[in-house]
Write a protein that binds this ligand. Structure first.
Ligand SMILES: NC(=O)c1ccc[n+]([C@@H]2O[C@H](COP(=O)([O-])OP(=O)(O)OC[C@H]3O[C@@H](n4cnc5c(N)ncnc54)[C@H](O)[C@@H]3O)[C@@H](O)[C@H]2O)c1
Ligand SMILES: [Zn+2]
Length: 349
């Protein structure tokens, strides 16, 4: 897989600098696919209008719809009639939904064109813009169509990222705490010691930690990359059933995984208590209250679990347990065992 270059910048680069970084003489072979909401940022609005080919989209799961995909491709081909396959690049500017859509598009358009990410949400900046996964949804089934396609370059622009509302920061914290637990060491100590997190300065180490895992299993062949699913099995069920933001659902999924890890004695009492305190410290009060009252009917929980695309024929799935910060264990468990644990923890009745 091709290697991705990262650029950490305070502000959007000038058009000239940007083209220079991309080794392009002009912007003739660039198409910006960008989240139209960003036009609310005056500096971005001026910046983007300096480029010739622009395609604005509405962020969200609908953008990733397989049914809508041909419509987008038609419009894009019309916009860029002089596309030169070798030189053409798509520049994706937006959160994870824009990145997943643009990444997939870049991987199949003319059998593959260049891809540059400018992630604008914390989630996309620390997670989805790295590692090469692209995805489209088929109806309600998320991420069923996709490819592995690394970006050539990723630009992380502090001034844009800082413009996000607090809700997006809250949601991103789930993935951040997940990486901190998986990686351990300095990142874990930092989130343990600080309630307020300096997201911008954390980005390089969070990305490095994710990429360390991705590099060992870039195409998800040997299973190692699955440890990035920590907190996601139960997280996805909560997200799907209660329409809670992804990151906040993952945070609750982390709590579930940690408590099950302790129940199965994978983690000792001291480490468990310290890690539980850390998760609770970063969980919003509203989210914690929601979790405590969450009494999901058995049937709904099981149905959501059985829809999990990672389930084997024997109704087994890889579940990610925590032994300590930086020491994660992948175990095949039966769906029934998971459900019994959910009942024991009081989130299913
Ligand atoms: N490919 C991967 O590896 C990977 C990993 C994790 C998640 N994902 C995908 O990412 C998506 C979720 O990502 P997301 O939360 O970034 O979603 P998103 O793209 O839907 O953005 C969330 C919201 O933030 C707004 N927004 C974007 N940038 C903003 C800014 N700077 N200021 C204010 N508002 C801004 C968007 O308009 C949208 O309303 C999901 O589709 C998920 O499946 C992909
Ligand atoms: Zn996630």
């Amino acid at each position: 897989m091709k290697k991705t270059s990262l650029y950490f910048l305070d502000n959007l680069p000038s058009k000239k600098d940007f083209l220079q970084q991309l080794l392009l003489p002009d912007d003739d072979q660039l198409l910006f696919v960008f989240d139209h909401k960003l036009l609310k940022l005056p500096r971005f609005k001026i910046w983007i209008t300096r480029f010739t080919h622009r395609y604005s989209v509405h962020a969200g799961e609908q953008l990733k719809s397989l049914d809508a995909f041909p419509v987008h491709v038609h419009k894009i081909l019309k916009k860029c009639p002089q596309m030169n396959t070798k030189a053409f690049k798509i520049v994706s500017v937006g959160g994870g939904s824009v990145g997943d859509f643009s990444g997939f598009l870049a991987s199949v358009l003319k059998r593959g064109v260049g891809l540059v990410h400018i992630p604008t949400t914390w989630l996309s900046a620390m997670d989805s813009a790295h590692g090469g996964k692209t995805a489209l949804n088929v109806g309600h089934f998320k991420n069923q169509i996709g490819s592995f396609y690394n970006a050539d370059k990723v630009f992380l622009i502090a001034s844009i990222l800082k413009k996000q509302p607090p809700a997006l920061e809250r949601s991103a914290k789930g993935e951040l705490i997940k990486i901190a637990i998986i990686h351990g060491a300095g990142i874990f100590r930092y989130v343990q010691q600080n309630q307020q997190l300096d997201m911008v300065s954390m980005l390089p180490s969070l990305i490095k930690a994710k990429m360390k895992i991705v590099r060992e299993d870039p195409l998800e062949k040997n299973g190692h990359r699955q440890i990035l699913n920590l907190g996601h099995t139960v997280g996805h069920i909560i997200e799907g059933e209660y329409a809670k933001p992804h990151g906040e659902s993952v945070m609750l999924g982390l709590l579930f995984s940690l408590r099950w890890s302790y129940q199965l004695k994978y983690i000792n009492k001291d480490k468990f208590e310290a890690m539980e305190r850390l998760i609770l410290n970063h969980l919003s009060v509203a989210n914690f209250k929601f979790y405590q009252k969450l009494l999901m009917p058995k049937k709904i929980f099981l149905k959501a679990l059985l829809q999990d695309k990672k389930l084997t024929k024997l109704n087994k799935l890889s579940f990610i347990f925590i032994k300590s910060a930086g020491d994660i264990k992948r175990v095949k468990v039966h769906a029934k065992a998971l459900m019994n644990e959910a009942i024991r923890q009081g989130i299913v009745k």
